[in-house]
Design a protein around this ligand. Structure first.
Ligand SMILES: Cc1ncc(COP(=O)(O)O)c(C=O)c1O
Length: 394
């Protein structure tokens, strides 16, 4: 008779056989999987045999999310990661080598600027910032060393949009890969692969998770490109976690409903704020005043633009800080895409890596606040945000 610990460990490791499929994907909270032979393990580690060996390589809960996201983005394959930045890093490093160049939008998420400065530069990869809202400037910027053009469906935080299909056409003529960060739109509002893009990236931390309770990322595209990105993720350890994958799967089930409510709430707030005292300008793609309004109408499902607004306050940095202090319903916090309305000040948070000149180049003003409109009642949001924007003494 084996000792107690031996029996306890064996007894507690027996996974039940279940003949009825669970309605939800189980959380496979295990780092490793028992194999039948050394040959089997070798084949699993090389992905030449279906199955799982070690959760840094793959895991059934991860696979369920990868398959679901691939289906919703119209991709052949997907790979999920520990964060959106791990997915961005994997795409960039699997596409570019030392000596090659990456084109990014001038108005790009600050994390990309951080990646370029802290990591890519050390790897000998150069980054060129271009106003990607002007397709002709992207065409001019493509050189012999350009391998990848990075776009965001809707830019963080300015909400600028590039003509993905037109840029893809030019890029492919030069054998340049196009990757699109689709975090702000989510797969419900836009499928960049259908516009010709080669790869799509998500921070699942945002709309896909939807509740500010996970961090995660995803890469979607052809099996070959996703396989190359997966190789980077496995080797640097940027892998996802089963609980986070489970929560992202749960989020996907209500993504469409949430995106519709985010979009209608955001439009109500944008309309109210554009006429409110203390506000210079509201940038939201569904407003006719947005520079890419027509493009948004043609690119995003039903002309809906999600929950992200950029609000330029008249009083500069001070007004931006006061806005955040006055909030009663919305929460002053970084991140976006959740049930709660979240407000932040990009100049001091997501874009803090940028110098004053880089901020201006990215279309940011010191008084700009970024608002991630949540799922609350629209009247409460309008009242809260209009009051927070009002000039001192009013
Ligand atoms: C557009 C966009 N892409 C990528 C990221 C990075 O995602 P994560 O924070 O999950 O690494 C963010 C985060 O704010 C983002 O807004």
């Amino acid at each position: 008779m084996p000792g107690f610990s031996t029996r306890a460990i064996r007894a507690a490791s027996r996974a039940p056989a279940v003949s009825q499929a669970p309605v939800n994907v189980p959380i496979y909270q295990t780092s490793t999987f028992e194999v039948g032979s050394a040959q089997e393990l070798a084949e699993l580690l090389e992905f030449t045999r279906p199955g799982h060996s070690y959760s840094r390589y793959s895991n059934p809960t991860h696979q369920a999310l990868e398959d679901a996201l691939a289906e919703l983005e119209g991709a052949e394959a997907g790979h999920i990661t520990a964060s959106g930045m791990a997915a961005v890093h994997a795409v960039v490093l699997s596409t570019l080598r030392s000596g090659e160049e990456l084109i990014v939008p001038q108005a790009v998420y600050g994390g990309m600027v951080g990646l370029a400065n802290a990591v890519l530069e050390r790897s000998g990869i150069t980054t060129r910032a271009v106003d990607t809202t002007r397709t002709e400037l992207v065409a001019e910027a493509i050189g012999d060393r350009t391998r990848l053009i990075w776009l965001e469906t809707i830019s963080n935080p300015t909400t600028a949009m590039a003509d993905i299909a037109a840029i893809v056409e030019i890029a492919h003529r030069h054998d340049v890969v196009v990757a699109v960060d689709n975090t702000f739109a989510s797969p419900y509002l836009c499928n960049p692969l259908a516009l010709g893009a080669d790869l799509v990236v998500h921070s699942t931390t945002k709309y896909i998770g939807g509740h500010s309770d996970i961090t995660g990322g995803a890469v979607l595209g052809s099996a070959a490109r996703v396989g190359a990105a997966r190789k980077i993720v496995i080797n640097v350890g940027g892998n996802a976690a089963p609980l986070e994958a489970f929560l992202a799967l749960r989020g996907l089930k209500t993504l469409a409903l949430r995106m519709e409510r985010h979009s209608s709430n955001a439009l109500a707030v944008a309309r109210a704020l554009q006429d409110a005292p203390g506000v210079d300008r509201v940038r939201y793609p569904s407003l006719p005043s947005h520079p890419q309004h027509a493009l948004a109408q043609g690119t995003l499902r039903g002309g809906m633009a999600g929950g992200m607004l950029a609000v330029e306050l008249s009083g500069g940095r001070q007004a931006g800080e006061r806005f955040l202090d006055r909030l009663q319903v919305a929460v002053h916090a970084t991140s976006l895409g959740s049930a709660e309305t979240l407000c932040s000040h990009p100049a001091s948070s997501s874009h803090r890596q940028l110098s004053t000149e880089e901020l201006a180049q990215a279309g940011l003003t010191p008084g700009m606040v970024r608002v991630s409109i949540g799922l609350e009642d629209p009247d409460d949001l309008v009242a809260d945000l209009v009051a927070a924007a009002s000039p001192i003494g009013s």
